[in-house]
Write a protein that binds this ligand. Structure first.
Ligand SMILES: [Zn+2]
Length: 207
């Protein structure tokens, strides 16, 4: 069994978990920034069933409150991927892109920031949907190309629309950590995502 290395409770009382083993590599994999994109939770849980001795670090579900309700945002209506304390953070967006009252106002965001400060990851992979691209921030071009070859989605340095307060900006652009945002195909049965995603995780295990 993989170890629960750190937890935090959400507003609705759900638990967010950092999973891994000791010793571990400095590679962090995160699922479900957005509650309506459950693919990462499914794929990480499946992966850990067959790879409990992993040397990667995982957050299978960063937004359990949103996932329970099927919403992009957390229980406070904040888009966690717009809540990071970046130079371009803004609370101007409305609806499901709301950046929060203040930067890092949300416990989900604070949990990630704590983990980054404590574990100093050298590569970060996050799962999203539905765009079928390997988006990246920071010096991640080489690893993005390897991932692109495995899953057959194009790489893209910029997602094409402004993302103030995003995780990619916080880690990739402002901290120079290679950060991959893997946008999965939401029309694909989640089981069919297992082979390419497991290959990608196996690649990260061997880096
Ligand atoms: Zn997303």
């Amino acid at each position: 069994m993989v170890t629960i290395m750190k937890t935090v409770k959400t507003q609705a009382g759900n638990e967010i978990k950092l999973l891994g083993n000791n010793p571990h590599k400095d590679i962090l994999v995160i699922g479900v920034f957005h509650g309506d994109e459950p693919q990462g939770n499914f794929l990480i849980n499946e992966y850990l069933k067959s790879n409990p001795e992993t040397n990667l670090l995982f957050i299978n579900c960063l937004n359990p409150d949103g996932m329970a309700r099927g919403t992009r945002t957390n229980l406070s209506g904040v888009d966690i991927n717009r809540n990071f304390p970046t130079a371009n953070w803004s609370n101007q967006s409305n609806g499901e892109f709301y950046g929060g009252k203040t930067p890092a106002s949300e416990s989900e965001t604070q949990f990630i920031i704590e983990i980054i400060n404590e574990y100093n990851p050298q590569i970060i992979l996050t799962f999203h949907a539905p765009y079928k691209v390997v988006n990246y921030d920071g010096p991640a071009e080489k690893i993005a190309e390897k991932i692109s070859k495995i899953i057959n989605y194009p790489t893209e340095k910029n997602i094409g629309y402004p993302t103030p307060g995003s995780f990619g900006t916080y880690c990739g652009i402002e901290r120079n950590i290679p950060t991959i945002t893997l946008e999965l195909d939401e029309n694909c049965c989640m089981k069919d995502l297992i082979p390419p995603v497991f290959k990608i995780l196996n690649l990260l295990e061997t880096i």
